[in-house]
Design a protein around this ligand. Structure first.
Ligand code: SF4
Length: 320
């Protein structure tokens, strides 16, 4: 019997989606590793400035549990040296991404941000500066700084949107409305910066249709949004979400459900959008649920198998 097998009509290094890995390989002709750096920041949503106790899922590490714990944070060059040591078995001389992930990495005076980011940029093996922050912490002078730095080396700005639905945003105590996000994305893009958006799949009270609406919204914000991170909701010890979950257990994705759903999300995203993350592995020491997410290899193998079985790829159902 003749069976027609469909293939993605794009060159993504053999994968059915436009992964960050394949994008970096094409651009830098090498595997590019992230070096997680500590800017010693906090967050206006945690320190009481916004009248909140932080996002409900945010742990003591400020959503950066895999960040390196440096003994000496005073010099970015020294942090880079230590972080390089951690990936030395895989790569010895770059290129690297300087990644400021934990907390809100534009929540400081411009002079301090300039000093931090310039130190990272000055390192010859750093090819990209990547900064995670909140859209309500991007005053014009901070965007101007990032735009200036972007003329030396690419600057990526990662925004934690999590959901487009106001009811969920209130529940998770995100602390800003969608209009603030939209305004920030447009200003970042007008300044020539690369924008990456983080969404969480599996938030309580959201059905698959709600999550797909968030994914579709981000997809249709392209080309202003360059990349997306899809993160499975993790319930971590020490968070308010963990306390709430104890009293109000809500359904969580099984591995099979999540993988099938995340593939559907990719089908609806534009092929041009770079996929920075598809699951996210929570810190094992803090993870309460879902347990299956600890086995990253199994998750990735199942994902590859399901893509093949469904004969599908990113953008197959994308409608501009
Ligand atoms: S914005 Fe980030 S660091 Fe701040 S409370 Fe939310 S998850 Fe935590």
């Amino acid at each position: 019997m003749n069976q027609t097998i469909s293939h993605p009509p794009f060159n993504w290094d053999g994968r059915p989606y436009h992964s960050l890995d394949s994008w970096l390989k094409k651009k830098y002709h090498a595997k590019v590793y992230k070096l997680s750096l500590d800017g010693q920041m906090t967050c206006p949503n945690r320190d009481g400035t916004l009248g909140n106790r932080g996002c409900i899922f945010c742990s003591a590490g400020g959503s950066g549990e895999f960040s390196v714990k440096y003994q000496d944070t005073s010099s970015i060059a020294r942090q880079i040296q230590v972080a390089k040591g951690l990936v030395a078995r895989k790569i010895s001389n770059g290129p690297y991404i300087a990644y400021f992930q934990s907390f809100t990495n534009t929540y400081a005076p411009v002079s301090r941000l300039e000093s931090l980011f310039s130190q990272a940029m000055a390192h010859p093996e750093i090819s990209i500066l990547s900064i995670a922050t909140r859209p309500d912490c991007l005053e014009p002078e901070k965007i101007n700084l990032l735009a200036r730095l972007n003329r030396q080396k690419p600057v990526w700005v990662e925004l934690g949107l999590q959901t487009i639905h106001p009811k969920t945003a209130d529940f998770i105590r995100r602390g800003y409305p969608l209009s603030v996000f939209e305004n920030a994305v447009l200003r970042l893009k007008a300044a020539g910066l690369t924008v990456i958006v983080h969404l969480i799949l599996g938030l309580p009270g959201e059905w698959r249709g709600d999550m797909l609406q968030s994914v579709d919204y981000v997809g249709h914000f392209s080309p202003a949004i360059d990349g997306i991170k899809l993160q499975l909701l993790h319930i971590l010890n020490g968070t308010d979400l963990a306390e709430w979950y104890k009293v109000h257990p809500f359904p969580l994705f099984t591995m099979e459900e999540y993988i099938d759903f995340v593939i559907t999300c990719l089908e609806y995203l534009p092929p041009s959008m770079v996929i920075h993350r598809l699951t996210g592995d929570g810190p094992k020491s803090l993870l309460i649920a879902p347990e299956w997410s600890k086995n990253k290899r199994q998750v990735l193998n199942t994902l590859a198998r399901r893509f093949k079985e469904r004969e599908t790829w990113q953008g197959r159902l994308w409608m501009p």
